[in-house]
Unconditional design. Structure first.
Length: 337
């Protein structure tokens, strides 16, 4: 459209041409703007995904560190006996300081038995680890039953007294895998205020998909066999066995003696994050580490076996981040073996 403008400062007429955008130009501008927005959005999503993955991996490392520190502390307490106590945990009817179960869940009414996992249960293949100790008395020269509260259980609580405890003042911590309120596999802690049933269970670490335990035994212990009474016990680990292999069928006393020859614990875990936009592919994890049984052996074969369920863990392709945590604890106290 053309328009004539008369300027007061000039006798000449200025003719100005005014023109708008064409439809094609407008569409091109909108397309370019949309591309810029999409590129910015894609960059934001990538940055957010990266942040989520880094945060999830950091959380897994923190969870693994927490569990390893806690189990290390409780393991070195196992088998402790109060030197000043009139009677220590040496009664043959009392369970050994270290016991456990393979592929099972802990029971809240008794510790001598466990509930087997079903293949469809979260945490399938995970083990139960039970560690017992006797807290020291606060005043060893008196008849008081108060403790010095230097030892803790898996809740982090220190037993205050042994009043009502009929097991010579023996307390315990039990680790197993259960599910939280959302159905997520979780490492659980089971303990008791006075060391006796009924027991209370609470969650410790969310996302523990596999919790495995091997028991390092002294001389004379073979799978499901009566221990050799003539074997020289030098407190050095000779081999690692599962909880099932510690059991001598039909011979409770021999089973207890096997447990009393435990000298170390090898713990293996697979921790998983909440669902993240990771690569959806099936991966294989070795909870006890990648060590081989021989130079030509398969990765992880040093401690894994087909009889030990999920000692080689094939994770589903669900996009979660996973991390393996493996560590070994050497027991400090005499296990009475």
């Amino acid at each position: 459209m053309k328009k004539t403008i008369h300027s007061p400062f000039s006798k000449r007429c200025v003719r100005v041409v005014q023109a708008g955008f064409t439809l094609v130009e407008l569409m091109v501008a909108m397309a370019v703007g949309l591309l810029v927005v999409l590129a910015a959005l894609a960059a934001l999503l990538v940055a957010r995904s990266g942040f989520s993955n880094v945060d999830a991996a950091s959380q897994l490392r923190d969870n693994g560190r927490f569990v390893s520190l806690l189990i290390n502390r409780l393991a070195v307490q196992s088998g402790f006996k109060d030197f000043y106590a009139a009677a220590g945990p040496s009664d043959p009817d009392l369970p050994p300081a270290i016991t456990g179960f393979s592929n099972a869940k802990v029971r809240t009414d008794e510790l001598e038995r466990a509930t087997p996992f079903r293949p469809t249960d979260p945490g399938y293949g995970s083990d139960v680890l039970i560690m017992r100790f006797q807290p020291a008395k606060l005043h060893p020269d008196t008849g008081e039953k108060l403790t010095d509260q230097a030892m803790i259980d898996c809740f982090g609580y220190a037993p205050k007294d042994i009043d009502g405890n009929t097991n010579q003042g023996v307390f315990f911590s039990a680790f197993s895998v259960g599910v939280d309120v959302t159905g997520e596999p979780t490492l659980m802690c089971t303990r008791s205020e006075n060391g006796l049933a009924p027991y209370s269970t609470s969650s410790l670490v969310r996302g523990v998909e596999v919790f495995k335990v091997l028991y390092g035994v002294d001389s004379g212990v073979s799978p499901n066999a009566v221990p050799d009474p003539a074997a020289l016990l030098d407190t050095v680990t000779k081999r690692y066995l599962t909880a099932d292999q510690m059991v001598v069928p039909g011979n409770e006393e021999a089973t207890k003696e096997n447990w009393r020859r435990v000298r170390s614990l090898r713990i293996g875990m697979v921790l998983r994050s909440d669902v993240t936009p990771g690569e959806r592919e099936r991966l294989t994890f070795h909870p006890f580490g990648p060590a081989k049984s021989s130079a030509a052996g398969a990765v992880g074969s040093a401690f894994a076996s087909t009889e030990n369920v999920n000692s080689t863990f094939n994770a589903p392709a669900d996009g979660r981040i996973r991390q393996v945590v493996t560590f070994t604890v050497h027991l400090r106290n005499d296990q009475k073996g």
